[in-house]
Design a protein around this ligand. Structure first.
Ligand SMILES: Nc1ncnc2c1ncn2[C@@H]1O[C@H](COP(=O)(O)OP(=O)(O)OP(=O)(O)O)[C@@H](O)[C@H]1O
Ligand SMILES: [Mg+2]
Length: 307
């Protein structure tokens, strides 16, 4: 086998994303704040992982490191290892800039503020398509964009392509963002609370649409949510994060059948039920917080060599 084809085989076997011992500390006027402590997780090709934890636990910080966004900020120290395929991205900003929107793309909670307000939707499709294919003509880019918009059931593609984001509804903007995130067939999508700024019925429809499109392409996904009920529907495996550290890692079935960490149990108990009055809170202090990471059978992190 030639060295080139051996590399391709290795790349295919490799995890799409492998995060090892990731720590992030923000410097603030009140002193350093450790937002992530020793986080290790991986996503294999075609796999959907859920990352759940309460507000402020560090979920979006992981997403921002993977997208290379945090490394561009000042007053933040990042250590550990983050690999996309076989490539280490920490310290390689040019690679991550090239990969963003191409090998790895992001679906944000609030599409209206994530889309660029100063360019039409058509121009934003052109820009994203040109990351993969710099010489694509405007006509060809708009043809691809029309197909992508039809895939997300936006039935007036020319009106959408000529619009600015403020001229679209919240649900339409979220569909545009899903179409943009998928158009270059990325290896990995990071979906950070997608649609949670929408009303619950629009959110549910948006999530099912996203899940359907991703499932057809076998794209890998890191699905971030504070809502275990939503993650249950979408993820193959789940990492539970608490105050910047992963506390439990299991397949989705294992986690729901046998939640072991007190924090996971508290999160499960906090899923609102229709027969309950009010929304239960996750308690401020979780007994057993000092427990080490709980990994269920078959969910041990692969070694770096096989990750
Ligand atoms: N640029 C920053 N400077 C200082 N602290 C920050 C910065 N960004 C995030 N943090 C802190 O890091 C912690 C984790 O934030 P993060 O946004 O990752 O939480 P999250 O789990 O995504 O929460 P949510 O569910 O509310 O979106 C929070 O305490 C937050 O205040
Ligand atoms: Mg967040």
């Amino acid at each position: 086998m030639s060295p080139a084809s051996a590399a391709t085989v290795n790349e295919r076997k490799a995890a799409v994303l492998a995060v090892r011992s990731l720590s992030v500390t923000f410097q603030s006027p009140t002193g350093p704040f450790e937002a992530l402590r020793n986080v290790t997780l991986h996503v294999r090709p075609g796999e959907k992982i859920g990352l759940v934890g309460e507000s402020g636990s560090g979920k979006s910080t992981i997403a921002r490191v993977v997208l290379g966004l945090l490394q561009e900020e000042r007053d933040v120290a990042v250590s550990g290892s983050v690999r996309l395929g076989l490539r280490e991205i920490l310290g390689d900003q040019s690679f991550i800039r090239e990969s963003r929107g191409d090998r790895v793309s992001m679906i944000f909670q609030d599409a209206v503020s994530a889309l660029n307000p100063t360019f039409t939707i058509g121009d934003q499709f052109k820009e994203v398509l040109r990351r993969r294919n710099p010489t694509i003509s405007t006509a060809a880019a708009l043809r691809r964009a029309r197909v992508a918009l039809a895939d997300v059931y936006l039935h007036e593609p020319d009106r959408v392509l000529g619009s600015y984001v403020f001229q679209l509804s919240g649900g339409m903007s979220q569909r545009v963002m899903i179409a943009l995130a998928l158009i270059n067939d990325p290896d990995l999508i990071v979906a950070d609370e997608p649609g949670s700024s929408l009303d619950v019925t629009v959110q549910a429809r948006t999530l099912h649409l996203m899940n359907d499109l991703i499932g057809r392409r076998r794209t890998s996904v890191m699905f971030i949510s504070h809502n275990l009920g939503v993650v249950r529907e979408f993820a193959d495996r789940v990492y539970v994060i608490y105050r910047g550290g992963i506390v439990e890692h299991a397949t989705t079935a294992q986690l729901f059948a046998d939640p072991r960490h007190p924090y996971t149990r508290a999160l499960l108990a906090a899923i609102p039920r229709l027969d309950q009055r009010g929304i239960p809170d996750v308690p401020e202090t979780i007994p057993g917080f000092a427990d080490p990471l709980i990994e269920h059978e078959g969910c041990e992190e692969p070694s770096l060599a096989s990750a």
